[in-house]
Design a protein around this ligand. Structure first.
Ligand SMILES: [Zn+2]
Length: 329
């Protein structure tokens, strides 16, 4: 895949991508059906703005075909020289799930750093895929605004406001990250969640603590009902076992993989344990404490900072939870 700034030669391909995105109900500011002339006019203006240095418009090409685009708006109020806004992130339907969007966002983050920008903001329609995408890339939710915009195919929808600090110390101190290893451990956590449901008829949440050496040192799933223990969440069970395995109440350098965004109780325990990194699957819009409802896990007021990533295998974890609650109704 090639990523580079777009030029006037790309106007037709950009217009086609915008029309396709709007037709698929993608919230990028337009209503369906979007006329080709209007799409063309939008991009003509955007490229003129880019040539004035007000924005950066990147394209992603695979086999010389434009498969994605994303924009970084640089021109902000004089009081916000350090801020830039991510906007118009689009991936061709044929290239979804191929990492095009993540590669474009990463390239724009680098451009932002090159322009001495330290704070990125964006808003995204509250749709499972879109919001999980930004959470996975380390963007933090500032909350939802209901009835923010009409969706291209009609009906008002909520928008989630996201932000990311590019010079946060969290990244530098977090362990080396390998997406394949993350996925392997999250699949293990999903197996444990399955056991919570099938063996104990408990809410399917599973957790694994992995040591800095890459060994699983504690596993757990929800055991509240079975053990008459309000604190027996999967994360706490896994942390207790890890503490015993390591002969230490501190789990320094360890990573927790959990299938649901931790609650306030677990988030507090993770900070106490000095866990280095938390990777969770499904966000929890009711009690999540990694930014969805509370910021306990990501609060900068703690002495210890935990690196947090959300959204990995979120669909699988979310489906399991939904199926469980549906079966109990
Ligand atoms: Zn919990």
């Amino acid at each position: 895949m090639r990523i580079a700034p777009v030029t006037d030669a790309d106007l037709d391909a950009l217009s086609a991508l915008l029309i396709e995105t709007v037709a698929a109900n993608g919230s990028v500011g337009f209503m369906h059906p979007l006329a080709e002339a209007d799409a063309h006019a939008f991009w003509t203006q955007a490229l003129a703005s880019a040539s004035r240095g007000e924005r950066i418009v990147l394209g992603a090409w695979r086999d010389e075909k434009l498969v994605g685009t994303a924009t970084l708006a640089l021109a902000m109020a004089p009081s916000q020289p350090h801020r830039a806004e991510l906007t118009k992130v689009m991936t061709a339907k044929s290239s979804r799930g191929a990492g095009v969007g993540a590669a474009l966002v990463a390239a724009l983050e680098q451009s932002a750093r090159d322009h001495a920008k330290s704070l990125l903001t964006l808003d995204a329609a509250v749709i499972e895929g879109a919001t999980a995408f930004y959470q996975r890339l380390g963007y933090r939710s500032a909350g939802d605004i209901p009835d923010y915009a009409y969706k291209p195919l009609g009906g008002l929808g909520a928008t989630r406001v996201f932000w990311k600090s590019l010079d946060a110390p969290m990244r530098a101190t977090s362990p080396a990250v390998d997406p394949a290893i993350d996925e392997r451990w999250m699949r293990r956590a999903l197996e444990l969640a399955q056991r919570a449901m099938s063996e104990d008829n408990e809410i399917p949440v599973g957790a694994v603590i992995v040591s800095p050496d890459g060994e699983a040192v504690g596993e757990g799933w929800n055991r509240n009902i079975a053990e008459h223990d309000p604190s027996a969440h999967a994360e706490i069970v896994a942390m207790r076992r890890a503490g015993q395995a390591l002969d230490n109440h501190r789990l320094v350098g360890c990573t927790l993989y959990v299938t649901l965004e931790p609650c306030v109780m677990c988030a507090g325990a993770l900070v106490h344990a000095r866990v280095a990194r938390v990777v969770y699957a499904a966000a929890d819009p009711k009690t999540g404490a990694a930014g969805s409802v509370f910021d306990t896990l990501i609060s900068e007021r703690h002495n210890h900072r935990v690196a947090v990533e959300g959204g990995l295998l979120a669909d699988e974890a979310g489906t399991m939870l939904r199926d469980f609650f549906r079966s109990r109704r």
